[in-house]
Design a protein around this ligand. Structure first.
Ligand SMILES: [Fe+2]
Length: 259
């Protein structure tokens, strides 16, 4: 698996409290099958006090991984909070995923801000390919799932969080992520792991998708699309008309009795 969203660099943002904790979780991730981990500390315009520590602490983490014989490939990127002048900062601070035009972005959890459309458009116009982190967590999408499809029509890719399937962010988010998955309104699944949460779940969510949908979808979201993204290749935005969940007992009964 390739996990494209995580907060595990020691002592920056709200991810990991220290090197020891980061190493502990990296060992666990390796055990459960993560081969590449993209580290995405928050880039929030108004709180840049730790920004200079990111590169240094990333190097310390990489060196320690080598000493500890951890084989996961680490890639350093950012999770960028959208705001109207983000484009300038993307160029200034090199906030795109290295070697690619892709950029992992997030926005406010309540209603999408007024500048959302225009800011996304400015990124697209300048050749960036935005990946919206955890669409299922935004009220705007919870209330109107078809907004996700609209975003896809505008060439915006969607990355769902594994924890959403297990109720980490509540029942509404869980319901929303299942709808997104079944409609094919997602392109990546990632852990968005914060060490303090102590519940890494990417492998479990991928197994759940394999069981409830199929291996193709699980692989597409956790391996195929992430690998294409890291190679800066195009990703197919509309890949199915509709994902059909496997039959369960209730749907079988409904079909047999034609109800
Ligand atoms: Fe995140």
């Amino acid at each position: 698996m390739i996990d494209i969203h995580s907060h595990l660099i020691p002592n920056v943002d709200d991810g990991s409290s220290g090197l020891e904790s980061s190493i502990k979780y990296l060992k666990f991730m390796e055990e459960v099958g993560v081969e590449t981990l993209v580290l995405t500390p928050h880039f929030i315009r108004d709180s840049l006090d730790y920004f200079e520590d990111i590169d240094r602490n990333f190097r310390i983490l990489s060196d320690t991984c080598k000493k500890e014989n951890i084989k996961i490939k680490l890639v350093l990127a950012k999770e960028v909070l959208l705001y109207p002048t983000i484009l300038e900062d993307i160029e200034k601070y090199k906030l795109n995923i290295p070697g690619t035009n892709y950029i992992l972005v997030e926005t406010h959890f309540q209603k999408f801000p007024e500048f959302f459309d225009e800011t996304m458009y400015s990124l697209l116009k300048n050749g960036y390919r935005p990946i919206l982190a955890h669409p299922e967590r935004y009220v705007s999408i919870m209330e109107n799932i078809e907004l996700a499809e609209e975003l896809m029509h505008r060439n915006i890719l969607l990355q769902i969080n594994s924890g959403s399937f297990f109720g980490l962010y509540g029942r509404k988010v869980r319901r929303t992520v299942n709808k997104l998955l079944k409609k094919g309104y997602c392109h990546f699944i990632a852990g968005d792991f914060h060490a303090h949460a102590d519940n890494y779940s990417l492998h479990n969510a991928v197994a759940l998708i394999e069981n409830n949908i199929d291996v193709f979808s699980a692989d597409l979201l956790s391996k195929v699309n992430p690998a294409k993204m890291l190679n800066n290749e195009d990703i197919q935005i509309f890949y199915v008309d509709k994902i059909i969940p496997k039959d369960n007992l209730i749907s079988k009964i409904k079909r047999i009795f034609n109800i």
